[in-house]
Design a protein. Structure first.
Lengths: 672, 204
């Protein structure tokens, strides 16, 4: 233990020396220009941060001092006044920052979703749904993490929760400790990258890049990273089954409720049996209402896909001039999508598949211009709505009369959808129906919430802060719904109301307090970095760095590799917030010189900073997992398990660099 | 002494917690505004100003609360491995070198900034006929002042720690990762965790 501590301190001091020594050696102490003071300030701030003083105030104090130094060199009499003005204006700028405004709302949404108590259901249903996949428990862990981390964005909570749920399950099933730990820690960090993530907002606010574009851009790289993780686990489980043995039959079996047993006797295919049973006498103990409800649930995939097909037909054959106007600034409603999402879980939870009866949906908004966009939205409700609601606007009426010919791709699309429907109808056995019901009450509500929030931002129906607020509202409803259902199972309808109400009081209160602390932490960092980066610019440190980098004669590729490497290394001693607010202002002006899109750079940085969470010895994720793992799991085993996933992250950075279209395609299509 | 420190902690916490309810109001307000704009076709011009003011007030006033709970992000490569006395002497020095000048500058500048705004009866220019901004600007010196007081408390804590060799205690607060609460939420007990050894080993 003693030795371990010594080693880590050595590591820290080593990095510190690495920064201090060159700056002391290469400073032209004889003739310090302002620029050199700037560089010295940069070296000092890294050292001061590593000493462990709260970063926001380190930046603030240093910024004030060095800004004063810079002003004094111009006019000593005015310096004090100017520093104070600069300081307060920067602070007020942070208080009025439209991008940062979304942070407390997304954070609040995250805390609410975390407290909705749905992760247990989510993991269980995904585990059953994926039970035939090799390494199924690890795959289910990663998928659960991806969804849950995306919605909450809180690494510590996700890793801890999955450490409680998935780690014992995997170890009991005979999975290797390394693989289990790696899957949990890597999966838990996915929320940093997959939008809506706070990291992207912080980057956007610092670099002056549109958060909307960043969200659109980070979506596919995030999915890619999650897919790579899953792919790695599957290959490993196939290759070395000892590390992730297949589940025994008893673990895979899905319990069919007793009420359905007489129905099961009538045939394997649940849709066919339920459909037939509607018209014949129901078996003893089963009501017709129950059969009808289950029939609707079983048909739900087919209903949703048919709706999708109808909407696509509507879009594909719409007169072209209407489609052209779609590129105009969209003003269509996000409330309907958000509320559709919010209403959905409660509707789904009752087990009846009634369409959400939201009054908000029935209002026909002025959507003549935006109907095509509206309809391509993520929520099925919105799609159904766009297709069903009679549109009073004349443009639409005209469009409806002048349908164009059906394009050939539509037939391909329709064929694929019909094939999917047919397969679903054929394979939906009773077990699968049960799994589908479980997914309906865990996976889909959360997925719909995320997609609705993300969709309304990316397609321009709402600003990030508006979508975040509606998402937080949805999170509130999710928490309410799940808590109520959980209590009702134990207590019955009446008492459950009272207990849920009490629960919600403490959930909202805890979430609000935590949100205040997290927001204060991030935004005070901006207050500090505002004055700090202003001082750096005033001193002209930026010019020295620029001159130096340009004198190296790097190609754009070399510069990119250098920048990413520096960020990767900084990820060890510093937190991602610090890296972004302190160092991005230095890198961003250089990007133009090398013809690099700041948006693309941001995606690479976001992917790169994932590794900071998994790199020992300061990997937060490992310590959270260690905190809840059984005593025989050592920290070294966890670190060892994280290594392959870290390698995959590096691979993902390289892939994104080689094929920028992974990230840039969506923003380019959407925001020409 | 400890009592006085905890009292100021509680004042900062009370202020921070009181203002943290703004996030709940903000959530409902923005949700309603979105609904109102799209469904009722009745947007409010002052909505953006109101949103920014709620957000700005929320995080500024929570600064001292966060400090009192040791919640501001700090580099943890070395700090965690230091002895409490080393931690306290470093903190003490840096509070005096960085924190005090920075926060005093902010409070002092904020005071005149707000006073000027009151004097000219300043209104927001984001939209025509915007809401008044002088109360919002007043938040800067207010938040700075509370933060300064809390900073002095932290400095005294450092001195106490230097004397005693251990950190004076703080009040408990809601934690981001509260393992016990999370265990209850997902119905996992310590036995479940302990019993998580692979079955194969048990069989052997």
């Amino acid at each position: 233990m003693k030795l371990k501590i010594r080693k880590e301190m050595l590591f820290g001091f080593g990095i510190m020396a690495l920064i201090v020594l060159p700056s002391v050696l290469f400073m032209p102490w004889g003739n310090m220009t302002n620029g050199h003071w700037g560089l010295l300030m940069l070296a000092l701030v890294v050292v001061a941060i590593m000493l462990g003083f709260p970063t926001a105030f380190t930046l603030m104090g240093m910024g004030v001092f060095f800004a004063w130094l810079a002003y004094r060199s111009v006019n000593p009499d005015l310096a004090g006044r100017q520093v104070l003005d600069l300081m307060v204006q920067r602070t007020y700028g942070v208080m009025n920052n439209e991008s940062l405004l979304a942070i407390p709302l997304f954070v609040f949404m995250g805390y609410l979703v975390e407290r909705a108590a749905l992760i247990e259901r989510l993991f269980k249903s995904l585990h059953l749904a994926l039970s035939r996949v090799p390494g199924s428990l690890a795959v289910a862990t990663i998928v659960t993490c991806a969804i849950f981390a995306t919605a909450t964005g809180i690494v510590g909570a996700v890793v801890t929760l999955m450490g409680l749920l998935a780690l014992p399950a995997m170890l009991r099933a005979g999975y290797s400790v390394q693989l289990s730990a790696g899957a949990i820690t890597a999966g838990g960090c996915l929320g940093i990258l997959i939008p809506p993530s706070v990291l992207l907002i912080v980057y956007g606010a610092t670099a002056g890049v549109s958060v909307v574009k960043l969200y659109a851009g980070a979506f596919f790289p995030g999915i890619m990273l999650a897919t790579l993780y899953v792919g790695y686990v599957i290959v490993l489980a196939k290759w070395k089954p000892k590390l992730a043995p297949p589940l025994p039959e008893s673990e895979r079996r899905v319990a069919i409720p007793a009420i359905n047993q007489p129905l099961v006797a009538r045939g394997r295919n649940s849709i066919a049996v339920l459909g037939k049973s509607l018209f014949t006498a129901p078996p003893a103990g089963v009501t017709r209402r129950n059969i009808f409800g289950q029939f609707l649930v079983a048909l739900l995939p087919i209903i949703v896909l048919s709706a999708l097909l109808l909407v696509t037909y509507d879009l594909a054959t719409k007169a072209p001039e209407v489609i052209d106007t779609a590129s105009m600034p969209a003003t269509f409603d996000s409330s309907s999508s958000g509320e559709g999402a919010a209403a959905d879980p409660s509707a789904a939870n009752t087990g009846l598949a009634e369409p959400p009866q939201d009054t908000g949906l029935a209002e026909p908004p002025a959507q003549d211009l935006n109907a095509p966009i509206a309809a391509s939205k993520a929520t099925p409700e919105a799609k159904v709505k766009a297709a069903i609601i009679p549109k009073p606007a004349p443009a639409i009426d005209k469009a409806a009369q002048e349908r164009t010919d059906i394009p050939s791709w539509f037939w391909v699309f329709a064929g694929v959808l019909l094939a999917i429907m047919a397969v679903v109808a054929l394979v939906l056995s009773w077990e699968r129906l049960e799994v589908f019901k479980m997914l309906l009450t865990s996976f889909f509500p959360l997925a719909v919430l995320i997609l609705a929030v993300l969709g309304s931002i990316v397609f321009g129906f709402a600003t990030p802060s508006e979508a975040a607020a509606v998402g937080a509202f949805g999170g509130l409803l999710l928490a309410l719904g799940y808590r109520y259902i959980n209590h009702r199972r134990e207590l019955g309808t009446g008492p459950a109301f009272a207990v849920t109400a009490r629960d919600m009081g403490s959930i909202v209160q805890d979430s609000a307090f935590l949100t205040a602390k997290t927001t204060a932490m991030v935004c005070w960092l901006f207050v500090g970095s505002g004055i700090f980066s202003a001082a750096f610019a005033l001193l002209g440190g930026q010019e020295i760095i620029e001159r130096w980098v340009l004198s190296l004669g790097l190609s754009s590729l070399q510069f990119m590799i250098l920048a990413q490497f520096i960020i990767f290394v900084l990820g060890w001693p510093l937190e991602w917030t610090e890296i972004i607010v302190i160092f991005m202002p230095i890198f961003i002006p250089l990007l133009a010189k090398f013809n690099i899109d700041p948006l693309f750079f941001g995606l690479l940085v976001a992917l790169n900073l994932q590794t900071a969470f998994l790199s020992p010895p300061v990997a937060m994720a490992a310590f959270y997992l260690k905190g809840v793992s059984p005593p025989h799991v050592t920290l070294n085993q966890i670190f060892g398990g994280m290594m392959p996933f870290m390698a995959i992250q590096v691979l993902a950075v390289i892939l994104l660099y080689m094929f920028p279209a992974i990230g840039m395609w969506l923003p380019q299509v959407l925001y020409k | 002494m400890q009592k006085a420190l905890l009292f100021i902690d509680r004042v900062s916490t009370f202020v921070g917690k009181a203002f943290s309810w703004l996030i709940v109001i903000l959530t409902f307000f923005v949700s309603w505004e979105v609904f109102s704009r799209y469904a009722l076709d009745a947007p409010h011009a002052w909505a953006f100003d109101a949103m920014a003011m709620m957000y700005g007030t929320l995080f500024m006033m929570a600064g001292a609360y966060t400090l009192s709970k040791n919640g501001h992000v700090r580099g943890d490569v070395l700090y965690g491995f230091f002895q409490p006395r080393t931690q306290a002497s470093l903190d003490l020095a840096l509070y005096i070198v960085f924190f005090i000048p920075g926060v005093i500058a902010l409070t002092y500048a904020g005071y005149f900034y707000a006073a000027e705004s009151w004097a000219i009866n300043e209104h927001s220019n984001v939209t025509a006929d915007g809401p008044p901004v002088y109360p919002f600007k007043t938040i800067i010196p207010l938040a700075g002042g509370i933060l300064l007081v809390q900073g002095i408390v932290e400095i005294i804590r450092c001195v106490l720690c230097l004397k005693q060799g251990y950190w004076p205690s703080r009040d408990q607060d809601v934690e981001e990762v509260d393992v016990e609460k999370l265990k209850v939420m997902v119905n996992v007990t310590d036995e479940d965790i302990m019993g998580a050894a692979p079955k194969a080993e048990g069989a052997r």
